[in-house]
Design a binder for this molecule. Structure first.
Ligand code: FAD
Length: 461
């Protein structure tokens, strides 16, 4: 296969018109020939910047070298030394800001397609039944992990590999956190990818107990004092949606993106015989510009609606991954940028029938360094919609902090933890979105990894 060293080997995708009507995966990934061809573009830098860009420090040149030589199993072993969820990360990591953003190839041409190669290696390993190695010897110590999202799963996997007896407690009926209830099937297949990577973590000896709400079913104090756990890791995420506080948010037809996506992803609401049906809307406004907004918008589109993303800043400030914005536009989602909702308008029966917005312009940079949007006086206008989905971010649920003695939280209700994940409470560690607020899969995994190491050191003092 001929390779242009300056450009990524193109990846196959479903055509926009077809995929806008189905929930099948958009990106079809590389085959072996394409992945090996892309690997030949690696410069094998001595001081690999890409590794520094990866929050879990995957030996990227190491796995790419094995891939280039066709040793896919070896490539998988290199990746799985650092990551328990490579097929997930290969699909959803913001590589353009991390490993690929640092790739030296990218200075003059296009960076290496690290995410797509990682995805190929992980998919190949799964299809060929290759699994990570379990610990040879158990050490008899017990650790409880709260939450089965990427942070909890990573911490659990690393501790199990180090010989601990690990139990993950998950509030929902399915393990995976946002990977199963938030990110849609067309970006991250559940049965084919997420469930299989969770099976790999279970094969290391990790037990997962679903339908257990820590703080209600049992408290952290009880886990430590009565249930025989030696340490606890909190990876409970940030699942509490934020609203704008504007008039009309209580109308029928207003959803948080979390509820909308959970109904669709976890309850398969898009299937005709679903027990938790979702509104088949005609015209939808999604408020927000992050990954969650893109996922909600593209889900509503697939359910048959015309979709408008309403975002108060401009195109270059959109916080969503570049690939998601590109895909959303290709599929026909309309971006109403520099617009901010001021009211949701209802009909006489209490259902949404419009959203009043005001035009915005960008002023001076704010504390986040981004230019602050300011209202243009007298520029209000109405978009006729029957559904409004709020995708404005989330914060941690206070249930755990309010039921655990001596566990400090900050003003945003995030658990306070040091760089190793240690909290104010002895033997209790925390990481991922529960500590940082809504962030990314790989940062949550990085925190789980760091905390696993700290827990190991603490229990071996
Ligand atoms: C729609 C959507 C799309 C996203 N897209 C991307 C993307 O493309 N790329 C990316 O990198 N990031 C993305 N993110 C962000 C990313 O998914 C999160 O940062 C990441 O999942 C955080 O991992 P976590 O393990 O900390 O928490 P979570 O994934 O939220 O998992 C926490 C788990 O803890 C459980 N839990 C909570 N409270 C309790 C309790 N009291 N007892 C027991 N269990 C409890 C929850 O049910 C949940 O399963 C997206 C987020 C959303 C919502």
């Amino acid at each position: 296969m001929e390779v242009d060293m300056m450009k990524k080997v193109p990846v196959r995708e479903q055509a926009p018109a077809a995929r806008a009507k189905n929930f099948e995966e958009v990106c079809e990934g590389y085959n072996k020939e394409e992945a090996m061809a892309e690997a030949t573009r690696c410069l094998n830098c001595k001081n690999a910047q890409c590794v520094q860009g990866c929050p879990v420090s995957i030996n990227i040149p190491g796995f790419v070298k094995e891939l280039k030589e066709g040793n896919i199993e070896e490539a998988y072993k290199v990746i799985s030394l650092s990551s328990a969820l490579p097929a997930v990360c290969g699909r959803v990591c913001p590589q353009e800001k991390q490993c690929e953003g640092k790739c030296v190839r990218g200075i003059k041409g296009e960076s290496l397609s690290i995410g797509k190669m990682e995805r190929f290696v992980a998919d190949w390993a799964r299809e060929n039944g290759i699994k990570p190695e379990p610990a040879a010897v158990k050490n008899g110590k017990k650790v409880a992990v709260i939450g089965s999202g990427p942070s909890g799963l990573t911490c659990a996997g690393d501790l199990a590999k180090a010989g601990y007896d690990v139990t993950v407690f998950e509030a929902l009926h399915k393990a995976g956190g946002v990977l199963v209830y938030g990110i849609p099937e067309f970006r991250l297949p559940k049965e084919k990818v997420v469930e299989k990577e969770i099976e790999n973590i279970k094969s290391l000896g990790v037990k997962i107990e679903t339908d257990v709400i820590i703080g209600k079913s049992v408290t952290i104090d009880e886990l430590l004092n009565e249930e025989g756990f030696d340490a606890v890791y909190i990876g409970s995420g940030a699942g509490l949606p934020k609203f704008m506080g504007i008039p009309g948010e209580n109308l029928n037809g207003v959803f948080s993106a979390n509820e909308y996506l959970t109904r669709s992803n976890l309850m398969k609401a898009y299937e005709s015989d679903s027990k938790t049906p979702i509104m088949k809307s005609k015209k939808v406004a999604v408020v927000g510009g992050g990954n969650v907004a893109m996922d909600a918008a593209r889900t509503a589109l697939r359910l048959g609606a015309e979709v408008h993303v309403v975002y108060r800043r401009g195109e270059s400030e959109l916080p969503a991954r570049a690939e998601e914005v590109h895909h959303a536009k290709e599929e026909g989602i309309q971006f109403d940028l520099l617009r901010n909702p001021v009211e949701i308008i209802g009909d006489e029966n209490g259902w949404v029938n419009g959203i009043k917005c005001i035009k915005m312009e960008l002023g001076e940079p704010d504390a986040s360094g981004r230019r602050k949007p300011v209202e243009v006086p007298g520029s209000e206008f109405v978009i006729d919609v029957d559904t409004v989905i709020m995708a404005l971010g989330t914060s941690p649920n206070p249930l755990i902090s309010s039921t655990t003695k001596g566990l400090d939280v900050n003003a945003k209700k995030c658990i306070v933890a040091d760089d190793c994940g240690k909290t104010s409470r002895d033997a209790v560690y925390a990481g991922g979105d529960a500590v940082t607020g809504a962030a990314t899969v790989i940062l949550a995994m990085g925190a789980g990894k760091t905390a696993a190491k700290a827990i190991d050191e603490f229990l071996n003092k």
